[in-house]
Write a protein that binds this ligand. Sequence first.
Ligand SMILES: O=P(O)(O)OC[C@@H](O)[C@@H](O)c1c[nH]c2ccccc12
Length: 259
Amino acid sequence: MNRLEQSFELLNENDGKAFVPYLMAGDGGLECLVDRLLLLEKFGATAIEVGVPFSDPVADGPIIQNAGIRALKSRTTLKGIITELAKARELVTIPIILMTYLNPIYAYGIGAFVQDIQNAGVDGCIIPDLPIEEEDMLVPQLAEAQIELIRLVTPATPLERIKQIAGRGKGFLYMVTVKGITGTRNLFQHDLNQFLRAVKELSPIPVLAGFGISSQEQINELTKYCDGVVVGSRIVELFEKNNLSEMEILMSIFNKNHK
Ligand SMILES: O=P(O)(O)OC[C@@H](O)[C@@H](O)c1c[nH]c2ccccc12
């Protein structure tokens, strides 16, 4: 069983909810990546989504776009990130999910990419611009390397397609909460809970909500209807401000040491 499946099994046994923070690799310099991953693990992360900076990040809002620009300015490369992740794997026990657009993988070479991330102990990938119709170019190799592709559905995805997408995955289904880009928001569409419930019903694997989540209130509300949350922009912002105490507070309900 893959590390991701294991983590979710453990959560289920304890009636727990998952917290998956996102960070941009190379923001603040690639040399701080391992320490940041360790910190997120200590604060109670279930798994960590590690973003690869890219020049045309079509799904990203301003906070993550800017983090990507900072990372690219400090000359972060996919190769460099994978090298750091291999070091992290010796210390970090929770699953690592690499989030990248397709283009950097393509430029790296698909075979080399899969082999290198497998050696680095990566457990999953999120590739937002890889539709299920095109998966064959990559997913068989990932499956062979025991790396899960985490697939996304959004409020614009028809129910029939949600069923199809959810039925393919093993790790978790990423439920995008908005028809839009990443970034903190105060309000969600009023029918979001209904949508979450419908997705949850259709999905044989855990469902995590992401996009626009930045407060404990939002987390408490959303996790009534799903198995956990992904938080990106808020975490990126707190790392940038070096406001680690606020990060610890945001994650405190997930930190078993505090219970
Ligand atoms: O930043 P937010 O609104 O908290 O959303 C999570 C998100 O950042 C992270 O999962 C992510 C960053 N870039 C992406 C691109 C596509 C899908 C997901 C992502």
